[in-house]
Unconditional design. Sequence first.
Length: 745
Amino acid sequence: MLQKTDDYRDIAAVQYIPEDNLPLTPLNEVPTLTVKDMRIAQGDNTFTLGSLISDAQDAEDGDLKESVVITSDGGFNPNVPGEYTITFKVRDKDGATITKSSLVTVSPKWTSINEAPTLTVEDMRIAQGDNTFTLGSLISDAQDAEDGNLKESVVITNDGGFNPNVPGEYTITFKVTDKDGATISKSAVVTVEEEMTPLTPLNEAPTLSVKNSTIAQGDESFTLESLIEKAHDKEDGDLINEVKIFDNGGFDVNAPGQYTIIFMVTDEMGASITKSAVVTVSPKWTSINEAPTLTVEDMRIAQGDNTFTLASLITDAQDAEDGDLKESVVITNDGGFNPNVPGEYTITFKVTDKNGASVTKSSVVTVSPKWTPFNEAPTLKVTDQTITQGDDVFTLESLIQKAHDTEDGNLIDEVEIVDNGGFDVNTAGQYIVTFKVTDKDGATISKSAVVTVEEEMTPLTPLNEAPTLSVKNSTIAQGDESFTLESLIEKAHDKEDGDLINEVKIFDNGGFDVNAPGQYTIIFMVTDEMGASITKSAVVTVSPKWTSINEAPTLTVEDMRIAQGDNTFTLASLITDAQDAEDGDLKESVVITNDGGFNPNVPGEYTITFKVTDKNGASVTKSSLVIVEVKEVDPNVPSNPNDPTDPETPESPETPESPETPESSETPESSETPESSETPESSETPESPETPEKPNPQAPNGEMDEASVLPATGDAGAYAIFSGAALSILAGLFLTMPKKKENEE
């Protein structure tokens, strides 16, 4: 019997989809990843990069937030001010990946200056030899705005050679340091008075009062003498003009920092006193090198668009000091971009000014598969710009960088201003200008640019900081009525006003329609109480319903075994069912694309291939296995009905005794037995006494009837069976005869 082989075990379940129908195969959707930018204070060690991840979802695998990995931390150091681009990546179970970047800004500590501690010490007079006195008793108080009472942390940096047994004045210097390293030093004078007769009047030391001060870097009008408040002596009166600067502490009005200034005054009798004052030189706000600005845009391109370059994503790069830096922008991470492979690629750009300040921005390039049936919307590039109040040379049209459509080409002349935001070049403020362009097929895109009209301000004028706004992109299904545009808002905060999330407005909904597949740019705006505004854009992608795709038909076939020569069998009987969701029963439309050389008269295995195609051209192919089994020949049935044989004939193969050769070939076995000394006897008794005992069907004349043994001419199958049986019987006789002979002896 032939058996079904493993090669065909699953062949009926294999589906072949022609190349021209590939768009009908549902694609694994790439996961979505949402991250946010954040500003932290220098030294904020409670912050973690993981807190930047807002969400990570996959249509097939669900929540992937725990699977997000950091591929680049951008050299992040919470103790070093600057901007750091952090790159995250998430991969679903099918290997689809997405990468997103967020910006962490570490603000320098000087934006909120750590206040130095305060230290109060007092002068004191003691009698010569007063060993109960301690220098620590000179400390009146030590406080810090952040750390509280620091009296126990005060140290003596100079004891002035103090000796309670030697009359004189000793200047004792104390110092205290807070946890952030800010220090202050103060000095106190200990006067050791020698014993005097009661009638000798004592000269009292003068008193001196000074004050601390905070000044701006470069303030040339400031003098150290202005710190002196009062200098008086009981005997000599006003001594303010006699005060000297004992130590200026390295004071430099042009170098930000804290300086301890020591003053001293001496009366006519030689008694002196010193006092310390702290001068804090604050850095100028105008001395900070401004980081450059970098504007990039997201873009969608068609699969295989080799004319596209990543550099075209760069809209603008400007620096307050260095001007246009667009040519200096570099790509730090291309996200594995391949224009021939559909997916989303995050491209990271970086630009650095001459003073080393840098900024990093990321944009997303979406490579759409060729089978996308939509008319691609045009792309529109606009740029933000800051101008000076009264700049009559500036035009709003200069904000337009590029307008292009895959089908229609350059559309820059078709761009229109749909809202100028109340722009007035003579009035300082921020204006949101909205542009729109439409291609020939009616697809539109809107983009907004911010024009900032600046008025001249003195360097020390504090600016109201604009609020921050964070929104996210989203992909939804066509007709998803549960979705709201407000769900795209992640965070809105203002330094002065706090949480403003409830104040965010939809500035432009981009013509959003939940029932129309496509991409919509939604512009949100939030304004603080001082009128400072910020806008952010989010992209909503409405995906078409999968129900619109024509489903391929289904085809069911079965394997079958038939007997050799069964000409009643038809290959069509292998078809069990053929159905199509749109066209119904297609069983009559199934065709045989390959009959595998099928022949019912030749035993073997044949693979039959069937194919069915629906009205929309979608097809499916299945294969079935047909096994033609060889007919079994009954040796008891005469091959020639006109010349029947004796039914006992099958036993005749046992008769041939003449094959002595096999026994002689086995003779070495007898020589190998332990009874080799009896070999002559065993050689004399080989076969003759056994011959009559063997069953030997013969013809009546005593001759072997060959006709009763051999099959009829042409019956090769029966002959092969008889020959095999004869050899088996002869081998059995040969093996049993020596044993029988041994038993007789």
